[in-house]
Design a protein around this ligand. Structure first.
Ligand SMILES: Cc1cc2nc3c(=O)[nH]c(=O)nc-3n(C[C@H](O)[C@H](O)[C@H](O)COP(=O)(O)O)c2cc1C
Length: 187
């Protein structure tokens, strides 16, 4: 099996709690971002952009998440607040993929959003290719406009995912995969 097929057929998401540093170097981050932008894109609209969270900036992002959480759940206890505080700081690098799809462009918004999904997958695979692991998470705050605004996501944009990247301390066992007989038909 070629290396790329092996990667594709064995890849597993590794949750942020099992991702540690050191994260990608500046060069490696450059490679990840270049590959992120190299996806199928009908109409060449580049209908996405990226927000990089690394180093100390993760703490500031984490505080924004905590503040948003407390606003939504003022009764939450310290344990739950503590868990929220860690969301943006566990992995050494998070790349936020923002869909900037627009209605009325020369291709449907749906296709532009699909392209943002391809970006997320490209980042995950490129990270794996560089020897890292990762996971694609949205979390509740991908749908909270106040938190998004403070993270730099504008009105009309959507968060396609926060791609968490680091070195795996533990890779989960595989999970059952879909039964192809249930999802494949031959026309
Ligand atoms: C758009 C998108 C958002 C996701 N958001 C979350 C999330 O917020 N929390 C979570 O536990 N898993 C989330 N997942 C699922 C994980 O990324 C991953 O697919 C899952 O843990 C299964 O692992 P696997 O990729 O090894 O099959 C999301 C997946 C996608 C495609």
């Amino acid at each position: 099996m070629t290396e790329i097929l092996h990667l594709l057929s064995t890849r597993r998401s590794v949750p942020p709690v099992s991702l540690t540093g050191p994260g990608p170097s500046a060069d490696e981050l450059g490679t990840l971002l270049k590959i992120a932008a190299r996806v199928p894109d009908h109409g060449k609209l580049a209908p996405w952009r990226f927000i990089v969270f690394q180093g100390e900036a993760r703490e500031r992002a984490g505080q924004i998440v905590v503040d948003g959480f407390k606003r939504r759940e003022p009764q939450a206890d310290e344990a739950r607040i503590g868990a929220e505080a860690k969301r943006m700081t566990m992995a050494p690098l998070i790349i936020g993929v923002v869909s900037t799809a627009k209605e009325g462009a020369k291709v449907p918004a749906w296709e532009q959003e699909l392209s943002a999904g391809a970006v997320c997958m490209n980042i995950l695979l490129a990270a794996k290719g560089l020897g890292f692991d990762g996971s694609w998470l949205t979390n509740w705050f991908s749908y909270d406009r106040e938190v998004l605004a403070q993270l730099g996501v504008h009105e009309g944009e959507r968060m396609a995912g926060f791609i968490h990247i680091g070195r795996a301390t533990q890779v989960p066992d595989d999970r059952p995969r879909p039964d192809l007989t249930q999802i494949v038909t031959y026309f």
